[in-house]
Design a protein around this ligand. Sequence first.
Ligand code: WT7
Length: 586
Amino acid sequence: MAERILHKSPSGSVLHHLTDYAAARREFNWPAARRALVGGEDSRLNMAREALDRQIECGRGSQVAARFIDRDWNRAEVTYTELKGRAGRFANVLASLGAGRGATVATLLGRVPELFTVGLGTLEAGNVFCSLFSAFGPEPLRTRLELGHVRVLVTTESLYRRKVAPIRNTLPELRHVLIVRESSGSDLPQDTADFAELMSGASQEHETAPTRDTDIALLHFTSGTTGRPKGVTLNHAAVIAQHATSRLVLDLHPAEVFWCTADPGWVTGIAYGLIGPLTCGVTLVVDREEFDPRRWYRILEEERVNVWYTAPTAIRMLIKAGTALARERTFPHLRHLASVGEPLNAEAVLWGVEAFGMPFHDTWWQTETGAIMIANFAACEVLPGSMGRAVPGIEAQLARRTARGGLEILESFDETGEIALKPGWPSMFSGYLEDPERYQASFVDGWYLAGDLARRDAEGYFWFIGRADDVIKSAGHLISPFEVESTLMTHPAVAQVAVIGIPDPIAGQAVKAFIELKDGFEPGEALNRQIMGHARRLLGAVVAPREIAFKETLPRTRSGKLMRRLLRARELGLPEGDLSTLEGRE
Ligand code: WT7
């Protein structure tokens, strides 16, 4: 039997929102969760209103909503009332630009105050908010801006010059680019406007758009196995689940200090870096800088973080930096640690106890689920290595696809199956942009299939096994092998390419590309470096391969499909499996 850890919050600290798991599951239902949030059955629902207006009505207007920390440890604070004013101004800016309701507004920004203003203002105006990952290179950005029909983009001067200017003329639908200046005085690039100037000319009085539960609020891009990214839409109703899980799983209480380390370019950074926690009336800590162990321990201590939501790659980097660093600080305010995004190994869970006196609580979800679906709860036993149990209101099963295209729900325990979720929770994605077939194909026999394999024990704890497809997860970023392959193919020397994930002790997986060269090109260091540079420039460092290997030929099926599975098996020294369809075999 696995070791179990129960972390009791110090006495005098908060009462947990969920103490009895079975009772919480029995008592929970979504209509009641909606009422608890919005009030009456027929009141209109809007993410920004729940995050801002509702908090101000509860008397939290002068409380700090977010505290931004810059490189030199300057702290910029914004209260709920101030944030509401800024959001209102931006909503009015959108109206003045003629960006009608429903038009998509994107940001390409780091963790800066303007991202919060634009996100909440866009939602308040009834427009769709899309936060793009600022480490993407021009190629992934172009695909996403195009597919998202982005009308307004807010970015910084340097990001614009490096990443957007080179592709701007391929994006006729991108009407307005607003620049957040990093320094005053410089001339703005052509065809852009000054964000601050537009804001100061706008009124902060704005009435929140009367959005419906089913109106699209957020657009997030995620990766599948094909080249085209998936544009996942979440409706305003998602706030019901984001709020419920911020309470039940992250255990947030009003006025607590909460730090979510996720980048706003991914769903976690919006659902739990912005919306969910604000609907709970917390103070968010936002670090503008990149990961640094000393800095992170200092933030946990000095900002008096109560609840911390981070990711396995970061935890592994902290472990690597040594527990002694953690011991240089004390964390008397810290009371709950949670993790998401990749498998959290048992050692990392236990290291939490060593470094902070409490385990990390793993949580599982996806962009498509819009909120946490499976979790270890603050007041319940943690089984290190397990993702936890289904959240109240969520029916999660393990399933196997049958040969006939149906679904078999696994009844017995300890069998491996694909995670299947029963639709009906309010943050379930409402579509893949311009790909209704792919959306349809995600559901089989009335269940949403997540593409992840897991086991479940008799108590209902889920244990992650792996992905059911070729998608790569590196440092928490979901990467489509095909998107990387397509970009590598644009290099003049590349004839064929296959991309796989190889194990990496810190990032979980790293991207490796196998390349077949065109005639007349010689494999070697120089070409390797050249292709690598090409990939980094177009894709950005996060998505570009870490390693390249040249191959005479790549394994393919007789029908011409790349056998990434076989490359992976060979790379890792695993059994090669069924090779009956391999090309060139007798
Ligand atoms: C994929 C979803 C979850 C929001 C941020 C990422 C993997 C997620 C876990 C976990 C093992 C996990 C899955 C999932 N994943 N959480 N606790 N243990 N794997 O959202 O980018 O859509 O990625 O991340 O493979 O399908 P995403």
